[in-house]
Design a protein. Structure first.
Length: 443
């Protein structure tokens, strides 16, 4: 049952509780377990990876088994439908087109006798984590691999937990190949993150790790940050729907359930000034839950982290949304563009009644790897920039250096850094003639 809240202070407290839903007392103990895994893989390499795979996944592998063979990649295309291949290719086309619009460009400016600029270059190696095991997420492959390829990363390795018998879902393998990834390893969990961060005999180390995972994967990414770059610390998924009287309760309920079916910790929130709509959506959620293929999991998410909040106006709805900073925000209102300027914090914004969050999850083009748990206040979606870094470009002529020498001298003296000042003074002192070593006297 989707709970209905009518009081503003109660609604604010509930949203704070939902935002903090992953901050439980067990995290400390999980961090200790993850730290042990990371250190073991760092010291023992493949041996530790294989041992933890046996312990956690109940799968005995040898080192040569870790890398997915070319024959498995070829066979994957025979194990999926033509319709799936076509859908993957459509998604690949749209995602690539979107991210090509976002590649940062190097630039320089010439002002007088100086040059300033910024030079963007991709990292050398990227590692992509794709959740697996019992589930398959070809969309996650595309959303992580394509921005890396567009950014120009020359080597991309993918890790994903093996399923029964060590198999990798063929849809995942097809998506990887369509995105241009053929270096794939059957390993998951914290040990996979450790292998990508530190390198093993079989799995070379990378510079950046991206992709979502369970709490152990997230904590592992947190602990290796600094050794490598990461995209974000993704938590359970969430959707917040702002709806008015023009919204269809059947659509709204379906969108809430589409988020809740991800995970028992997934959050599904409706905020509306229409009390009748809130009641109809609640009834419709119950109806659509009947015979739901993931009923137990979805009901648990709705019961613990699903809520319909009735407010006095759309302005109050927007204010609550900005406080929560949702991963996904749907504006199911008559004039969504009129509300857009008031939205300050959201990972992705879906405008209008015909734009369910699912189109963004799969093939609209923008990335579905988004900030969660309030991180949209300061973070953004995964993009080509995740796989790139920039270097500043600076060039001064002797004349320009002379113009700023006095100001630099004042600042270096204020900081007590004499050699900084000398590095400028020596150049300006002798700028009119080249420096040459003194002539040696004959003995």
């Amino acid at each position: 049952m989707l709970r209905i809240i009518n009081q503003l202070n109660e609604a604010q407290a509930e949203l704070q509780r939902i935002c903090a839903r992953t901050h439980d007392d067990q995290v400390f103990h999980k961090e200790a377990t993850v730290r042990e895994v990371l250190q073991a893989v760092k010291r023992k390499g493949d041996a530790a990876v294989l041992q933890y795979t046996a312990d956690f996944d109940k799968l005995v592998l040898t080192a040569p088994d870790l890398k997915v063979r070319g024959s498995e990649l070829d066979a994957a295309y025979q194990q999926v439908s033509k319709e799936l291949i076509d859908a993957v290719r459509l998604a690949q086309k749209n995602i690539e087109a979107f991210h090509r619009q976002r590649v940062p460009r190097s630039w320089v400016t010439f002002e007088g006798e100086g040059v300033l600029g910024k030079r963007y270059t991709p990292v050398d190696r990227a590692g992509i984590y794709v959740p697996g095991g019992r589930a398959a997420y070809p969309s996650t492959v595309l959303m992580n691999a394509i921005p890396a390829k567009v950014a120009g990363v020359p080597r991309i390795a993918m890790v994903t937990p093996p399923g029964p018998g060590g198999t990798i879902n063929p849809a995942v393998l097809v998506a990887a190949q369509e995105a241009g990834i053929t270096e794939i390893y059957r390993v998951g969990g914290a040990q996979a993150i450790a292998a990508l961060a530190y390198g093993t005999e079989t799995i070379p180390a990378v510079d950046v790790i991206t992709g979502p995972g369970n709490i152990y994967v997230t904590l592992a990414k947190k602990q290796v940050f600094g050794t490598v770059g990461i995209d974000s610390l993704a938590g359970p998924s969430e959707v917040l729907v702002i709806a008015d009287s023009t919204a269809n309760p059947v659509y709204v309920a379906a969108d809430l359930l589409a988020q809740a079916e991800h995970d028992p910790l997934a959050a599904a929130i409706l905020i509306t000034p229409d009390a009748a709509l809130a009641q109809r959506v609640t009834e419709e959620v119950d109806r659509q839950l009947q015979d739901h293929p993931r009923q137990t999991l979805t009901e648990k998410a709705i019961a613990h982290y699903g809520v319909a909040i009735v407010v006095d106006s759309l302005a109050t709805a927007v204010a609550l949304s900005n406080e929560f900073a949702p991963e996904h925000l749907e504006l199911e209102v008559a004039e969504p563009w009129e509300l857009l300027d008031q939205i300050r914090h959201a990972g992705a914004i879906f405008l209008g009644h015909s734009t369910p969050e699912a189109v963004g999850d799969y093939l609209a083009g923008p990335n579905h790897t988004l900030p969660t748990s309030g991180a949209a206040r300061y973070a953004s979606a995964l993009s080509t920039e995740t796989f790139m870094k920039h270097s500043s470009l600076i060039q001064y002529s002797p004349a320009l250096l002379g113009q700023v020498a006095d100001a630099i001298a004042v600042l270096t003296k204020a900081e007590g850094l004499a050699s900084h000042g000398a590095s400028v003074e020596l150049r300006t002192q002798f700028s009119s003639r080249p420096l040459s070593p003194p002539a040696l006297e004959n003995p």
